[in-house]
Design a protein around this ligand. Structure first.
Ligand code: MLT
Length: 263
C-alpha cells in the first residue's frame, strides 16, 4: 500500500495481527530485506515494513536524509496507519541508527528494541571520508556502481558459496535504490550523532542480533552495545554476515519470537 507521510509517498507492506512490530531496513536496501520475517512472523505480531524515502517503491526527495528525518517518517507512518499501541522497533544497520533517533524523539511510542547488525557510535573521520567517496562513486556510476562495490561485503562467505539466488536478490535490492536515496542516506549517516549516550537511557526490553561474519559492522560493536545497555540480550548468529535476517532467517525469527514472548 502507498501512504503519504510528510512530503513523500511511502510504500508499505503489513501483515498479521497483534503487537505492532516495525521493521526498518538498512542502506541501500528496501522492505524486501524483511521478506523472511513477513512470511515467518505474521502469527505473532502486526508486522509493518516500509520502504524508506528514496528506497524500493517509495518516492524520493533530495537529501540529506538525517536519521531524525527518517525516524519522523516512521512515526508519521504509524500515525497515518492508526497504530496507537507502542511498537517494537526492529532496525538493521542504518535501520538501527534510525531506531536510536526514533527512541530519542518518541520514547513513549516504543515497547521494545531489536538492534540488528548495527552500532551506536558515529562515523570516524575515515568513515566520513568514505561517505564522500561513496557519494562520488554514486554520482559517477549510479546505483549500480554502489551495488557492485557493496555486494562483496554484505554477506557471509557461506552465503556467497551456497546461495547464489540470495546474492542476486541482494544485488537487485541495492540496485533499485534511487540515486537521491543513496546520496540522502550517505549524507545523513555521515552527520548522525553518537548514540552511545542513548544506550544508557534505554529502559525498554532490548535484543541485539549480530552475524558472526559481519564484514561491515564488527561483532565488537554489538558486544559494546550490550555492555552499555542495561538488561539487553545479545544473540550472535553463526554463518551470517551483515544481512543476518536474510542469511539465517529461522534463527533470527526464533530470537524475535522469544523476545516478543518476554515483553
Ligand atoms: C547499512 O547496511 O545500513 C549500512 O552499511 C550502514 C553504514 O554504512 O553505516
Amino acid at each position: 500500500m502507498q501512504i503519504q507521510v510528510n512530503d513523500v509517498v511511502l510504500t508499505v507492506e503489513d501483515r498479521g495481527a497483534g503487537r505492532p512490530l516495525l521493521f526498518i531496513h538498512g542502506y541501500p536496501l528496501s522492505r524486501r530485506l524483511w521478506e523472511p520475517q513477513l512470511e515467518g512472523l505474521a502469527d505473532v505480531a502486526y508486522l509493518i515494513a516500509p520502504d524508506l524515502r528514496g528506497h524500493g517503491d517509495s518516492g524520493s526527495t533530495s537529501g540529506p536524509y538525517s536519521m531524525d528525518l527518517l525516524a519522523e517518517d516512521c512515526h508519521a507512518l504509524l500515525d497515518v496507519m492508526g497504530v496507537k499501541e507502542p511498537v517494537v522497533l526492529c532496525g538493521l544497520s542504518m535501520g538501527g541508527y534510525i531506531t536510536f533517533a526514533f527512541y530519542r524523539k518518541y520514547p513513549e511510542r516504543v515497547a521494545g528494541l531489536i538492534l540488528a547488525a548495527t552500532r551506536a557510535g558515529e562515523d570516524s573521520p575515515e568513515g566520513k571520508a568514505n561517505r564522500d567517496k561513496a557519494a562520488n562513486l554514486a554520482r559517477q556510476g549510479g546505483p549500480g556502481a554502489i551495488a557492485e562495490s557493496m555486494l562483496p561485503k554484505m554477506l557471509a562467505p557461506k552465503t556467497y558459496n551456497e546461495r547464489p539466488e540470495l546474492v542476486q536478490s541482494v544485488w537487485e535490492m541495492m540496485h533499485s535504490t534511487s540515486l537521491e536515496g543513496i546520496l540522502g542516506d550517505l549524507m545523513g549517516m555521515k552527520s548522525r550523532p553518537d548514540s552511545t549516550p542513548t544506550l544508557k537511557q534505554i529502559d525498554k526490553h532490548t535484543l541485539i542480533l549480530h552475524g558472526s561474519d559481519d564484514q561491515l559492522i564488527s561483532l565488537r560493536d554489538a558486544v559494546s552495545m550490550r555492555a552499555a545497555t542495561s538488561g539487553a540480550q545479545l544473540r550472535v548468529i553463526l554463518d551470517a554476515g551483515h544481512l543476518v535476517n536474510l542469511e539465517q532467517p529461522e534463527q533470527f525469527n526464533l530470537a524475535i519470537r522469544g523476545f516478543l514472548k518476554e515483553l
